[in-house]
Structure formats: C-alpha cells, structure tokens
Design a protein around this ligand. Structure first.
Ligand code: IVH
Length: 687
C-alpha cells in the first residue's frame, strides 16, 4: 500500500512539473504521448485505490457535477478596470498626471500585453486552489471554481519552497488561442450549435457553462498579471518592492506569466513597445486588444491609489481596429438553412490584418439603410476582434453617379417565394420549406456528422440529387435506388452501393440525433437531447403544446414556439411520415421509461423536503417514468409538497391537482421498488 501511495505521489509530482514546463516555461520536456501515458497511469492507480484520490491531483480536472446557478463571491479587494487611451498624447497625459502627483519620484513603467479574454481571480489557501471567480461588477463576481479547475495551465497546487507564500490571490486573464477557437467553431458548426463571433465571446460563453465536463473539453488558457499575498504579508514584504518582482514570484509559484513584458525607463520606451506589438499582434497565437502600462514600484502604486473605477498607476493603450477601403461590388442575399435571409457585402478583395477579405457582414436591411450603403460604393471596412469584418461607413466623395439606395427585395432570391418579416425581428425569412436553398442546406444538415451522419452524402452530391429531381426533401433519401445514384456524375455502382448502405445505417441513429436532424429552428444538439429524454418519441414531441414545452428545463419560449410552428406545417409532417415509413428511429423505449409507477405522470415540486433533496426527488420520479416540470398547469398530475410550499401549492389547489406529501411519496416508491428506504437524506445515492 505504501509503495502505491509513493508511486501515486511521484506521478503527480512529475505531471505537475510537466504542466509547469509546458504552460509556464513553454519548454515541454516530454512528448504529448509520454505525458498522456503518465496521466493514464495515475488515473488507473487512483481508480484502483479511490481512497487515495485528493482534490488537487492532476487527474481531477475532468469536471465535477453541473451547477444550477453560480454562487456569488465578494472580492476582498475590488477588481478595478483600466482607463483606456488610444493615442500617444493621452499616454503622455497619463505620465504627466503621475509626475504631478509624485513630483520627486523616479518613475519606471512595466508594459504588458493586454490579453483579450475574461478577467478572473484565483484564491490559493495553504498552497491549494480553493476559489476561482469572475470579475462580475468588480465588487462581486460568480464563483466558477469547478470550471476554473479544468483549465490545465492553472495549477491546482502552488510550488512550495521555503520563503514562498502559500495564501495568495492571483488575477489574470482566461483566454482561448486563435487556432483552438477556429477549431471549436468548426465543431460547433458541424453540431449545429452556436458559432462564436470571437475568442473572447467563446471564453465568456465557456466559463458560464453550468457543466464543468464540457468546460474541460474546451481549450482555455490562463495568463497571470497580478499577485496579492494574503499570508505573511509583512515577512514577505521585504522580498518584493516592484510589480516585475511580483511577476517573477508568480512564475516561481507555478503560474503562467506572459514573457512579453518590458521594463521601460521612459515614455519613449513605452511608445516603442506599443507600436512594436501593434505591428506584430497578428503573429501571436492569441488575441490582444492593446498594451497595459503599469507603474513598476509598488510603493509608488500605493501612493497614487485609485479612483472609484480604476487605478491611477495603470492604463490601457488600446489598439484601433484595423481598417481598409475597398469597393463594394454587390449586395448579395444569403438564404440560410432555416430560411433566414441576410445581406452580405461582396467586396473587391483587399488584404487586411493578416488575411484577404472579400466579404463583410451587413447584418440587416435597417443597418444598410442607416449607413446608406449602396452597390458600387467605396467603403471603409474594419476588422475588430470578430471573425467577420464589418462595413463602417461609405466614402461619400467616391460614390458613383446614379447609384441607388438599397431595398430589400420582397421575393426570395432562390425560389422567388415571398419574404416574410416577423414582428420585432430585423431579419426577413423565406418560409417556403421547399425553397431549393433550404432544401439543399436542410438535407446537408440532416446528413451531417452531428445529425444522421450519412457518410459520403456531401454538398456536391446533394446538389446533384436535388437538381436531378431525385429528392425534394430529406425524407426522399430513404426512397433512393442504387441505379438512380449510379447514373449521376462521378458516381458508379460501388459508390452508389456505399451510399445506399450509409443511408440505411442512419435509420438506427438515436432519437435525439433524429430530432436535431429535422432542422427545427433553435433546436441544436443539446436541446435535442433534452427533448428526446423528455418526450421519448417524435409523436409525443409533435403533440406537445407550447405551454408544456415551455416548462421544460433548457427549453425557453423561443424554442417552444419554433417547435410548435415546425410541427404545425403540413409539409413538414409529410416529410416526417416518410421517415417513419422508411423505419427511421422515431421513439426510444429507454427514454420514455415505461412501466414505472409514475409512468407518464407529470410532477411539480414545491417546498423543502425532509428526507431528500429536490434533485433526488426528481431523479426518483424519473426513475419511475414520471416527469418533473417547473409550473403547475392543467397537465400536472401530482404536486409533491414539502415544508413552506410556495404559490404552486395554492395554484394546485385551485386547479384541483392531487397533492401528495413526502411520506406518501416515499411509501409509493417503497411499494414499487419493494424495499424500505432508510431514514437519511441520501435517497438518490441509495438507489
Ligand atoms: S491589469 C487594476 N494587466 O483588461 C488593474 N489587465 O480593461 C487590473 N487585461 O479587467 C488589470 N491583460 O481583464 C491587467 N496584462 C494585463 C491585462 C489586463 C488583460 C484585462 C483585464 C482587465 C481589463 C481592464
């Protein structure tokens, strides 16, 4: 036993050291393969000896249980923001202000990259990471510790050496490198999930996820730029008198700190650093949006103090978005898979911020009218942090004569069907589901990897199938014959056979995949899983009312409305019927959990339960085939009432819904499960 413990300790130490070499020093000393081997060995040993698992083991980064809501934390020292400058003059003013406040002092500055990510605060106690929080409003942020723990460049334990502090607060930026961001977006697209506009949004979106397991799979990194020592402040005070020393100390403790830092003795040096990085920013593997300039001496920092919003000893020099002028050749209308029509600017190609740009987003018709953008105009375009550049304004001097203001056509550019404007929405939509643009894209989506995963059914082939009128919707795929396919261009007997087999195979895809594949607006792969779990079949989903859909966790009113609309269209029902006839999976027994005592029954919980948590009660209900929703309606079968019930209790009484208390509930379960439940609060685990 002792030997195993030793082996585990040794592996942990080695893995931590390698993490440090990789993330902090940027000098990996083992291959990825060797690293994975070490980690796997550790995980295996810990699995065999779970009593030896500690929360700071490098194996514990896979993500814990999902949270309902993040707890709030108070920042002991407020997390201030920085004043912004955009010009040399303003930077010189910053220096002048400091010199007026500290006329005698010799001021030196430290310049750092301004990472474009999300600021977080980390608390270490006795050398272990105990809390990770967002900035929030500066005074109070969200406690996102489980998510922070999954970020591999953040050490779970500090390096400990005599003289190093063990209780500290570290602040820094969580960010997503550009390459990883692009990869994530490609994956999101395949899955039909939301595309992020820039790495910063992707980082913010990821840190807000309630399920740390998903966070663990996202490529987040960290860079530290601030240290506060909580213990031994006086003993350690002598060691460090500058911000640069703090950065060194952070690195010694095992935290990643950017190497692109300079000590500047004059404002000239500061300005050089700024213009240098403004030039080179494209070459960095992550996004920066400026340079942060800080007074190096900590004593001087303290004397300068802060205003309510930002410190007087630091400032951000923000880069301007890169701009270029070019000619807007045409305004094209793009018809999306779900019929949304968006205008896009087709540009004379121009090189800007590291890439050639030939398209820019125009958002919607109002935006075009507001900026009075016309075909043939010379326009100023801008590439900010976002993937897609935007048109800033028209250079009116260069407007050709006889140019005409833009008007949104009232017909779809693809099928000539009417374009429909929904109240409160800027976008217009083509609602003709047979519109070839949509048919094509809908089928593409249906066959995509995250949906029915029909191998070999790519873009070009779908186009051929549609153009040759072999299919008009995805339901027709299952009626295709080998001979028809073999006759198409670049197809032969063998590839036709393979396609037929792939289509046949897809009938076995799980229900959530089928629901996702239907292409219902707003129903991505995650919502599809929720719907499949809840309804268990396409038929019950089809018959669900908007109010029932609305009560399901993870389904908001917009999604609910969209689902009802989808199943309300005759044409869509016909396509679904084709899928049914073909034998595509339309229901899953496993999901509907038939046969339990609460089979098909709808529950609502109110008040605190004595012998179990509400989560446990919900799991028990679901284990017996019931469903739990959040509000009482005519569809509710039972309301489980605990201590101090809320308004749901009254509503249930008004509607005449059956009320049961906890004891009754438990005895029903005991009867069904043919066993007694012990009198403790861990019922869900018991089962
Ligand atoms: S120092 C009191 N250093 O910029 C000073 N901030 O606009 C605290 N940021 O909220 C900030 N890189 O999210 C500092 N090297 C850096 C930074 C940095 C990025 C962000 C940070 C902060 C925001 C201020």
């Amino acid at each position: 036993m002792k030997d195993i413990q030793k082996e585990i300790e040794k592996l942990r130490k080695e893995i931590r050291l390698n993490n440090y070499r990789y993330y902090v020093l940027n000098e990996p000393s083992v291959s990825d393969y060797e690293y994975d081997q070490m980690l796997n060995k550790l995980i295996k040993l810990e699995k065999a000896h779970p009593e030896m698992i500690t929360s700071d083991s490098p194996s514990q980064r896979v993500g814990g249980e999902p949270a309902r809501e993040f707890p709030t934390v108070n920042h002991e020292v407020p997390m201030l923001s920085l004043g912004n400058t955009y010009s040399r003059e303003e930077l010189e003013d910053f220096e002048k202000r400091i010199k007026t406040l500290l006329p005698e002092a010799d001021i030196q500055f430290v310049t750092e990259l301004k990472f474009d990510g999300i600021a977080v605060s980390l608390i270490y106690h006795n050398g272990s990471l105990v809390q990770g929080a967002t900035r929030g409003d500066g005074e109070r942020g969200d406690d996102i510790t489980p998510n922070i723990r999954t970020i591999r460049s953040i050490p779970l334990t500090l390096f400990q050496k005599k003289g190093l502090p063990t209780d500290i607060e570290v602040r820094g930026e969580v960010y997503m490198p550009k390459k990883e961001f692009n990869r994530l977006n490609r994956e999101q697209e395949v899955k039909g999930d939301r595309i992020f506009a820039n790495p910063r949004n992707a980082t913010a979106g990821t840190l807000k996820l309630q399920d740390p397991k998903i966070v663990a799979r996202r490529p987040l990194y960290f860079s530290a730029y601030f240290l506060r020592i909580i213990d031994n402040e006086s003993a350690l005070a002598g060691m460090r008198s500058t911000h640069l020393e703090n950065l060194h100390l952070l690195r010694e403790l095992g935290l990643p700190v950017s190497r692109q830092v300079a000590l500047c003795r004059t404002m000239w040096d500061v300005l050089d650093f700024c213009s240098d990085w403004e030039e080179k920013r494209e070459d960095l593997p992550y996004e920066i949006d400026g340079i942060v300039i800080k007074v190096n001496d900590l004593q001087q920092q303290a004397e300068l103090g802060s205003t309510a919003k930002s410190p007087r000893w630091a400032i951000a020099y923000k880069f301007k978005a890169k701009q270029a002028t070019t000619v807007l050749r045409a305004i094209h209308l793009q018809v999306g898979r779900t019929g949304t029509v968006t205008p896009v600017a087709v540009l004379e190609p121009v090189f800007l911020a590291g890439s050639t740009i030939s398209r820019a987003t125009l958002h919607n018709e109002y935006e075009i009218r507001r900026k009075d953008i016309r075909e043939g105009d010379t326009v100023l375009i801008e590439k900010g942090g976002d993937v897609i550049p935007k048109v800033v304004k028209v250079i009116l001097d260069k407007r050709p004569e006889k140019s005409k203001p833009f008007h949104m056509p009232d017909k779809c550019p693809v099928c000539s069907g009417p374009l429909i404007r929904t109240e409160g929405e800027a976008a217009v939509r083509c609602e003709n589901i047979a519109c070839p643009a949509q048919v094509h894209r809908r089928i593409e989506h249906f066959a995509s990897r995250g949906a029915m995963d029909i191998e070999g059914l790519g873009d070009a082939l779908i186009l051929q199938l549609v153009e040759n009128r072999l299919i008009a919707d995805y339901g027709d795929l299952y009626r295709l014959k080998k001979e028809e396919i073999a006759e198409l261009e670049r197809m032969g007997q063998k590839s036709a056979q393979n396609l037929i087999e792939a289509i046949h195979e897809s009938k076995r895809q799980a229900l959530d995949r089928v629901i996702f594949a239907l292409g219902i607006r707003y129903v991505g792969s995650t919502v599809a899983v929720v719907l499949a779990d809840y309804f268990g079949s396409i038929d019950s989903l089809k018959n669900a009312s908007q109010s029932e859909l609305d009560t399901i966790d993870g389904v908001g009113p917009t999604i609910a409305e969209s689902i009802v609309q989808f199943f309300g269209q005759k044409h869509n029902l016909e396509v679904i019927e084709k899928l049914k006839q073909a034998g595509v999976c339309m229901a899953e027994e496993r999901r509907s959990r038939r046969g339990g005592i609460f089979d098909g029954k709808m529950f609502v919980l109110t008040g605190a339960l004595d012998r179990m948590t509400r989560q446990a009660a919900s799991e028990l209900i679901e284990s017996e085939g019931g469903k739990v929703t959040s509000s009482v309606s005519g569809n509710t079968d039972y309301v489980l009432v605990g201590q101090n019930p809320g308004s749901k209790y009254q509503k249930a009484q008004d509607l005449g819904v059956a009320l049961i208390d906890e004891d009754t509930f438990i005895s029903m379960l005991e009867k069904s499960k043919k066993k007694k439940f012990p009198r403790d609060s861990q019922l869900a685990i018991e089962i």
